[in-house]
Design a protein around this ligand. Structure first.
Ligand SMILES: Cc1cc2nc3c(=O)[nH]c(=O)nc-3n(C[C@H](O)[C@H](O)[C@H](O)COP(=O)(O)O)c2cc1C
Length: 233
């Protein structure tokens, strides 16, 4: 029942606030080091493919990865956006924490029409699908902390994010979820991730409206900063 309500709320909020990317961004699919990422964000470029071997250590010597799924393209009621909402947040987190970036990219592109995307995503959920991912994080063992970012799709994570999480062993690692949404927040995704990532330490997740991430970078930046402080990162 909760899930149905979340769906309905989702639809309402999508209609009201939108923020849904549709086509796959022309980004690379390997982890990009924190240093590269910082340089890129400074020049306002898209994520570019880097070496999966690059590992940026934080001050305490731990290695941090921000893995995210996000779709750029036409947004409902907004027009075409160059970068997905979750991608914006992912890069902010990577920038602030010195983390490497990894974009979860689908093998089969999602439709560019918003209504088609809604249907495809819903079908994937109904079928409990595991959409294929273009590339893997080869050096996952090296990372101590993994942020996982996604848009809220139908009150849940996109099924491709399930596939990503099920592809690695997070035992002993710290996993930190974040999402962008049209009003539903994280829904129940934090507990779902905890169930998948057995043995991981879960820190409190972060949720921000996609529209805010897209159109109010200052607010987004300060919310991300406050959250990172709160969770001690
Ligand atoms: C297929 C689909 C389903 C969605 N379902 C919900 C939902 O249930 N609840 C919600 O708050 N937002 C929902 N949204 C809105 C997205 O979560 C929001 O626009 C998000 O910021 C998109 O992130 P992105 O630009 O990184 O892809 C949905 C969007 C799409 C495309």
């Amino acid at each position: 029942m909760k899930r149905i309500l979340a769906f309905i709320l989702g639809i309402m909020m999508v209609a009201a606030m939108a923020g849904c990317g549709q086509s796959v961004a022309d980004t690379g699919n390997s982890a990009v080091s924190g240093a590269e990422q910082k340089a890129e964000s400074e020049t306002e470029q898209n994520t570019d493919s880097g070496s999966n071997e690059s590992k940026t250590e934080t001050e305490d010597g731990s290695k941090v990865l921000v893995a995210y799924f996000s779709l750029a393209g036409e947004q409902y009621n907004v027009g075409v956006i160059e970068e997905g909402n979750t991608s914006i947040v992912a890069k902010m987190i990577a920038n602030k924490t010195g983390a490497d970036l990894f974009e979860i990219e689908p093998v089969n592109e999602y439709p560019s029409s918003h209504s088609e995307l809604l249907t495809v995503a819903q079908n994937e959920q109904r079928e409990n699908a595991r959409p294929e991912i273009k590339s893997t994080v080869e050096n996952m063992d090296d990372y101590d902390t993994i942020y996982i970012g996604y848009p809220n799709w139908w009150g849940d994570m996109p099924m491709i994010v399930y596939n990503f999480l099920e592809s690695y062993d997070f035992n002993g690692k710290t996993v930190i979820p974040f999402c962008t949404h049209g009003g539903s927040g994280l829904s129940r995704t934090e507990s779902t991730i905890a169930e998948i990532c057995k043995g991981a330490t879960m820190l409190d997740g972060f949720a921000i409206a996609g529209e805010t991430a897209q159109n109010n970078r200052e607010k987004t930046d300060s919310e991300v900063t406050n959250w990172l402080e709160k969770i001690g990162q």
